[in-house]
Design a protein around this ligand. Structure first.
Ligand code: SF4
Length: 353
């Protein structure tokens, strides 16, 4: 447990959490929507500080990031809790755990046990140990992933501040609900983000994620404006967000910010509360890919499905294949060097070294 840095005191010992765009007002004894930030006697505490619920070293392509240190490994950390409650979450067992635990303990009237119970999930992993492991394993970057990073902001802030001193980069894999204050605080170390744009319909966000669309759109704009490297992912769910019209709106929105934002179009696998929904068909994914091209996006990729042709980075000027990907195996072609197409000298957007 650790006192939060992103909150403001209010009257009668209530506090306003300023970590994410929900901006919960939390009364003494209560917690925010994410379930891991609790008000204790007028101060806000992060209950999962130093408690990693999942730790892995992954290929960076798995995040997915295709234009950021391609072919490298990334140290990946998550905790329990989330500010969204997506019915299709692939990591629901950790992301929704704080919420369900709280509901259960409230029902059983074990309110005094909540902070201890929530704070006990995960491996002890201090910021020093996390950075030490990156150095030991020679991993050049850290991703906060599996659940929404900003809800455990103080933990990641300490890890990444230390990591920066050792030249280790930071990545957020996010649902796009970071507050301006969080992005500002992370400015000293945040190098790249992959933000989910799950739909272009507010009803989808309300019904399936217990969230809203507009804050996500705002974050995408803000992140791009700040110059943080940005890639966007859309999980295409049959019958929910796969109409041509909606996919055109998503692609058009991204292209209006920058045609250089890579768009990852990902296949849905039945999960959590949406086990009765079928897998996304190849035809639908190919349709989305073509829609992205027609909107003017230069880098579009299909994910969660084998498709070498549509996982390759092509030069947007001369069409040369520059980076090929088979599963998580990445090959930099001879036609690509130092972020440039060697055939026509066009600069390819991204962070390559
Ligand atoms: S991080 Fe958690 S407590 Fe803070 S505003 Fe978001 S949901 Fe509420």
């Amino acid at each position: 447990m650790h006192e939060a840095i992103l909150y403001e005191p209010m009257e009668k010992k209530a506090v306003r959490c300023t970590a994410c765009k929900i901006r919960c007002v939390v009364k003494p004894g209560g917690a925010g929507v994410c379930g891991v930030r609790q008000n204790m006697d007028g101060k806000l505490y992060l209950l999962v500080y130093g408690k990693a619920s999942a730790v892995n070293i992954d290929p960076i392509e798995k995040k997915p990031l295709y234009h950021f240190l391609p072919g490298s490994q990334i140290f990946s950390i998550g905790t329990i809790g989330c500010n969204f409650a997506c019915s299709f979450c692939q990591n629901w067992d950790i992301s929704q755990l704080a919420r369900t635990l709280r509901e259960q303990l409230m029902k059983e009237k074990h309110i005094q046990d909540i902070e201890m119970e929530v704070g006990q999930y995960g491996y002890e992993l201090s910021p020093e140990r996390a950075v030490g492991l990156c150095l030991e394993k020679k991993v050049p970057s850290i991703a906060y992933t599996y659940n929404e990073p900003v809800i455990f902001f103080e933990y990641l802030h300490d890890i990444s501040t230390l990591a920066r001193q050792h030249g280790i980069r930071t990545v957020f894999v996010s649902n796009g609900y970071e507050s301006e204050e969080a992005l500002e605080q992370a400015g000293g170390y945040l190098d790249a983000m992959n933000i989910d744009l799950k739909s272009f319909r507010d009803e989808f966000y309300k019904k399936l994620c217990k969230a809203r669309l507009q804050p996500v759109l705002d974050t995408i704009r803000e992140v791009h404006k700040k110059g943080i490297w940005l890639e966007v992912t859309t999980l295409v769910i049959p019958g929910q967000n796969d109409s041509k019209g909606e996919l055109r709106e998503i692609a058009g929105f991204l292209a209006s910010i920058s045609p250089d934002i890579p768009w990852h179009i990902s296949a849905f696998h039945p999960a959590y509360q949406m086990k009765d929904v079928p897998y996304t068909s190849r035809t639908t994914l190919e349709k989305a890919y073509d829609i992205g091209l027609a909107a003017g996006l230069r880098y579009i990729y299909l994910g969660n499905i084998q498709d070498e042709e549509r996982s390759t980075t092509y030069c947007p000027n001369c069409g040369a294949a520059l980076i090929r990907r088979t599963g998580y195996r990445t090959t930099l072609e001879h036609s690509f060097s130092n972020g440039r197409c060697l055939r026509c000298r066009t600069k390819i957007s991204g962070i390559w070294q």
